[in-house]
Design a protein around this ligand. Structure first.
Ligand code: GDP
Length: 446
């Protein structure tokens, strides 16, 4: 089952359970069964699913004294928390590179896992955050490896180092890292060679390269399409390269993504990014909370904010307002304008609340973009007073809706949809303040 379907199924199960006027034990049982089935169909290990089910069951035990509203909130929160728990890695420190010093990051993984592509994606990620980044190709095994890295690096304007003549990868790695260190590069990414399968030779080479470049962080790149087998592969590599983090690639809608994530998490190694496509920008930072928020279509405001920051778009007061729990129609207008500039829309849409991701899946990128433009057009037809309001002005004076619909050449329904959209953002804004607390964003006021 693809991840979007998993999210939809879990969401539906939660909605069904919270829709009924009373939440009986049988409603809870049906919910648990549906969530478990959905997870298993997404290739999550059965033992993990049973554990989650048991914990959820204990948390959701129906008591006579329960207030129905609290019970519904409890269901939403418990499902969110347990799903996070399933893929969260605890008590492991995540490496954070520091500016003004050389941070060496070494990549390991099998051939074809997406290692070279991911090296470039990560280089770009750090470059956008103001680091001075260089890449070293220590893959002398595969013909064409250096050319591939060179091509990627050139496209992304990242300085690179490699050799067409030297066949010893350890030497190339050492020279490259030394050169970049001397030139005060802050992030030095070393791409090592892979093999088609795990071989003695490969592991030996990794150890040798590791000894000379002394990485601050070793990252294993794993192809998510192998599902639960990811855990065994990670374990085999761990014995020789002792990597501290994982990047799962090919998470773009593949059926087995859920299996790989949970398998890897259960091996207690943090996944720090996921690759979601072949392009340089298709790399998303990964935390359990963010991932589950997005999976359930609640929106990933943290990810969105991070993305916005790297693009240096004009935010006006929107983000400040957002963090303070406010959100006017004008803020919505400025956000939608920014979103259209961010591209690709498919990536952004999944981070937004209010079913925009769903709309995107149903009608496609072009139509979603057209709908966005109509929404912006609607807001362009509003007065300053209306724009700076929270939308209640339209409820008090419905004639305003008709005027705006006429002025923008749209319909009353479309204007109402804009107001609804603002409400959803506002709700998210209110819960943004609780992001670090236990409340899942967007769920608090459901
Ligand atoms: P390496 O042999 O491990 O260095 O793998 P490459 O970087 O050459 O990647 C192998 C193939 O996987 C290439 O066709 C990449 O474009 C593709 N690839 C890498 N990452 C992703 C990803 O996140 N999603 C998708 N769909 N393809 C990817």
């Amino acid at each position: 089952m693809v991840l979007a379907d998993l999210g939809r199924r879990i969401n539906n199960a939660v909605s069904e359970a919270t829709k009924s006027s009373t939440v009986t034990q049988s409603v809870v049982d049906t919910l648990l069964k549906e969530i478990s089935n959905a997870l298993m169909e997404s290739d999550v290990d059965i033992k993990l699913v049973l554990k989650l089910r048991k914990k959820l069951k204990a948390t959701l035990e129906v008591k006579e004294s329960d207030n129905i509203t609290n019970r519904k909130k409890l269901i939403q929160k418990a499902v969110f928390d347990e799903l996070c728990d399933l893929i969260d890695v605890k008590n492991v420190e995540i490496f954070k590179p520091r500016k003004k010093q050389s941070n060496v990051i070494m990549f390991v993984g099998l051939q074809g896992s997406g290692k070279t592509t991911t090296c470039t994606k990560l280089a770009v990620y750090y470059q956008r955050r103001g680091f001075k980044v260089g890449m070293v190709c220590a893959d002398t095994f595969r013909a064409g490896a250096f050319d591939q890295l060179k091509q990627n690096a050139t496209k992304a304007r990242i300085p690179y180092f490699g050799s067409y003549t030297e066949s010893d990868p350890v030497k190339v790695a050492q020279e490259g890292v030394e050169k970049f260190k001397k030139e005060k590069f802050e992030i030095i990414i070393v791409d090592t060679s892979g093999r088609h399968r795990q071989e003695e030779e490969l592991f030996k080479e990794m150890v040798e390269i590791g000894e000379v470049v002394k990485p601050n962080q070793t990252i294993m790149v794993l192809d998510a399409s192998i599902g639960q087998a990811a855990e065994a592969q990670a374990r085999a590599f761990k014995e020789s390269s002792n990597f501290g983090a994982i990047i799962l690639t090919k998470m773009d809608g593949h059926a087995k993504g859920g299996g790989a994530i949970s398998a890897v998490a259960s091996s207690n190694t943090p996944i720090i990014f996921i690759g979601t496509g072949e392009h340089i920008n298709d790399l998303e930072s990964f935390t359990a909370k963010q991932f589950i928020s997005k999976l359930l279509g609640i929106g990933d405001i943290q990810g969105l904010m991070e993305h916005v920051k790297t693009l240096n778009l004009d935010q006006g007061d929107s983000m400040k307002n957002f963090q303070e729990g406010k959100f006017t129609l004008k803020d919505l207008q400025s956000q939608m304008n920014n979103i259209l500039k961010m591209g690709p829309l498919s990536k952004i849409a999944q981070m937004l609340p209010g079913g925009i991701g769903e709309m995107m899946n149903q009608v496609g990128e072009e139509e979603t973009s057209n709908r966005f433009k109509r929404m912006i057009c609607i807001m362009d037809s509003m007065t300053k007073k209306e724009l700076e309001s929270d939308g209640s002005i339209f409820i008090d004076e419905p004639s305003r809706i008709i005027r705006v619909a006429r002025g923008s050449g749209t319909t009353v329904t479309e204007v109402e949809a804009v107001l609804l959209q603002r409400n959803m953002f506002a709700r998210m804004a209110q819960t943004t303040k609780n992001m670090q607390s236990n409340l899942p964003p967007g769920m608090a006021d459901k």
